[in-house]
Design a protein around this ligand. Structure first.
Ligand SMILES: NC(=O)c1ccc[n+]([C@@H]2O[C@H](COP(=O)([O-])OP(=O)(O)OC[C@H]3O[C@@H](n4cnc5c(N)ncnc54)[C@H](OP(=O)(O)O)[C@@H]3O)[C@@H](O)[C@H]2O)c1
Length: 244
């Protein structure tokens, strides 16, 4: 039997990139997966179809996870459709790289609005709605450990996610719920394509000599949310091919 058979998962920002790979991986393990997206309805639908074509179950749900009302609706729709919730993966994120001296108020608010605020309120919903033995994984970045020019407010917003998760792990561990962070390094997605300088140097920085692929991250998340991951909580797992 697949390891996540009978489980219900939400993956935010699952219409492409790392989120898509995570959603497909969890579905392959037997989970029913909610494919959240903000703007890319067609891409999200393609993920649903790809999962259905291999015998899995998925549903696309539009919700801007910068917005509290949308986050609440996302969780409500999931439970209404599938009857329960077992796994939440907070993956949706935005990366704007700019020297701190040049960053605008809008850059700061957009980045913190999704990465920090959005993840905070998604964690809150997860804490309220997950049953015994639930699993939460939030996606941060190796940039919080490395420090990089232009990465101040992006890494800052993700550092907040790491701290939210550490506290929450201690708050809900008595329900058997694990709360972890996975921190990718340079991973070959559209996000990285919009910061081409990092695409160039990313492969060179890994001891393994290549960029990460979304599946590299999805495999780590799949382990953490499985029964084998039950004894790991409050951790930040670097999944960046050793860039840190
Ligand atoms: N790629 C890397 O090198 C790298 C490295 C470290 C960490 N990360 C982190 O990994 C995560 C995924 O990154 P990625 O590279 O896969 O990014 P990506 O290719 O840009 O994909 C981002 C996903 O998030 C969704 N999204 C964006 N804003 C949203 C919102 N407000 N509400 C809901 N969904 C939203 C997008 O869908 P729509 O088009 O529908 O908005 C898309 O599905 C992010 O948290 C990122 O910070 C990435």
């Amino acid at each position: 039997m697949a390891s996540l058979s009978g489980k219900v998962a939400i993956v935010t920002g699952a219409s492409r990139g790392i989120g898509r790979a995570i959603a497909e991986r969890l579905a392959k393990e037997g989970a029913s997966v909610v494919i959240n997206y903000a703007h890319s309805a067609d891409e999200a639908q393609k993920v649903v179809q790809a999962i259905a074509s291999t015998g899995g179950r998925a549903l696309a749900v539009q919700a801007n996870v910068s917005q509290l009302e949308d986050i609440r609706r996302l969780f409500q729709v999931t439970v209404a459709q599938f009857g329960k919730l077992d796994i939440v993966v907070n993956n949706a994120g935005v990366a704007i790289y700019k020297p701190l001296a040049d960053a605008t108020e809008q850059d700061f608010d957009t980045t913190f609005g999704l990465n920090a605020r959005g993840t905070f309120f998604s964690l809150q919903e997860a804490a309220q709605q997950l049953g015994e033995g639930g699993r939460i994984v939030s996606i941060s970045t190796a940039a919080t450990a490395m420090g990089s020019p232009g990465g101040s407010f992006y890494a800052g917003s993700k550092a907040a996610v790491e701290q939210f998760s550490k506290s929450l792990a201690r708050e809900i561990g008595d329900r058997g719920i694990t709360v972890n962070v996975v921190s990718p390094g340079f991973t070959d997605t559209e996000m990285l394509a919009s910061n081409p300088q990092y695409k160039e140097i990313g492969a060179k920085m890994s001891p393994l000599g290549r960029l990460g692929q979304p599946q590299d991250i999805a495999d780590v998340v799949a382990f953490l949310v499985s029964d084998q991951g039950r004894w790991i909580t409050g951790q930040n797992i670097e999944a960046g091919g050793g860039v840190v």
